[in-house]
Write a protein that binds this ligand. Structure first.
Ligand code: TRP
Ligand code: SF4
Length: 327
């Protein structure tokens, strides 16, 4: 069976953007592939090295969300990057063959150096981010790497590093393929892209009353100032996210008609979709509550996942050491 690998930095509780953009895709993949899903906690340190206090709790919250939506440890291998020291060994070895210019011209690297101003990112670790990511992928001989468009340049770099390795030392690794995830646009309550840092998110673990309140306060077509003004669903964040993701075609037709003729108000429009969102979140919240009742469960899952991952990574590293003359 083909192998899929993906990871996320531990950012804590996940929101609907993560659910529709990433997790829904992982859920499908775990039915058809041998999946490895891991918490990229070392990658978190490439930017947050000065402030690592949150990593442990953020890992816990994130893995709880993975499992609450149905990422299943009986089907997928779930683990923390930092549990598998072989990633670091492979990072050192890949560092020997990775040309600096490949890293320096990486568009994500250049962009983030520009944009992130509150941290000093002129570090060896941050420059080497894609090399560590390459180690994460190829140590499991993963065939496919599901990522969003923003991560695609990193996987491309991984393919180049892999080719270079295979050229020097023989065909140890399959070249990992990008599995581009087509993510629907999920907008937050302020109409911008849903993102934790914008404070506009609906979290998978929000209680129903909170979800309802957030949707009731969500931004709509800003040109529709009064109830008697007509609106345009095609520019309304509430419509573009919630009705597109949760309503059936009949409801959408009712909204289009009512909104453009001022026949319905925004509150009425919102109230028509809230129950559908709550219904989708209900089983997720129930599963989370169940998991939270047994704090040892999560630990056990991560430990068993790490055992499976260590087996695979250990086998690969024996081959790598042999290929590089280290045995
Ligand atoms: N860089 C990824 C992100 O920020 C996380 C990640 C680390 C990853 N290693 C990976 C993703 C390997 C896919 C494969 O989301
Ligand atoms: Fe948006 Fe609905 Fe209000 Fe129209 S009626 S502006 S679609 S919330």
């Amino acid at each position: 069976m083909k192998r899929v690998l993906s990871g996320m930095r531990p950012t804590g509780k996940l929101h609907l953007g993560h659910y529709h953009g990433v997790l829904a895709n992982w859920l499908k993949l775990q039915e058809d592939y041998e999946c490895f899903f891991f918490v990229a906690d070392w990658h978190a340190l490439t930017t947050d090295y000065a402030n690592p206090a949150g990593i442990k709790e953020n890992t816990r919250q994130m893995v709880l969300d993975w499992m609450s939506v149905g990422i299943d440890p009986a089907k997928s291998t779930i683990f923390r990057q930092s549990s598998i020291k072989e990633h670091a060994e492979l990072l050192v070895l890949l560092g020997m063959i990775t040309p600096l210019p490949w890293l320096e011209r990486n568009p994500t690297y250049k962009e983030q150096l520009q944009e992130i101003r509150d941290k000093d990112l002129h570090t060896y670790g941050f420059l080497g981010y894609p090399v560590l990511q390459t180690a994460d992928i190829i140590i499991y001989k993963a065939n496919k790497v599901p990522v969003g468009i923003d991560q695609a340049p990193h996987v491309e770099l991984s393919r180049e590093i892999t080719r270079r390795f295979n050229n020097f030392y023989g065909e140890v690794f399959p070249e990992p393929e990008t599995l581009l995830t087509s993510a629907p646009k999920v907008l937050g309550t302020d109409g911008r892209k849903m993102s934790k840092s914008y404070n506009n998110s609906i979290f998978l673990s929000d209680p129903p009353a909170e979800v309802e309140k957030k949707i009731l306060y969500m931004m709509t077509d800003t040109a529709r100032k009064r109830r008697t003004d007509a609106g345009n669903p095609e520019v309304c964040p509430l419509f573009l996210t919630f009705h597109l993701l949760y309503s059936d075609e009949n409801t959408r037709a009712w909204v289009r008609e009512g909104c453009t003729t001022a026949g319905i108000g925004c509150t009425e429009c919102k109230k028509s979709v809230i129950p559908k969102v709550l219904a989708r979140l209900e089983p997720i919240r129930k599963k989370r509550a169940e998991l939270e009742r047994d704090p040892g469960a999560l630990q056990g899952i991560l430990e068993r996942g790490a055992q499976k991952a260590a087996e695979a990574a250990g086998g690969t590293m024996e081959e790598v050491r042999r290929a590089m003359g280290l045995e």
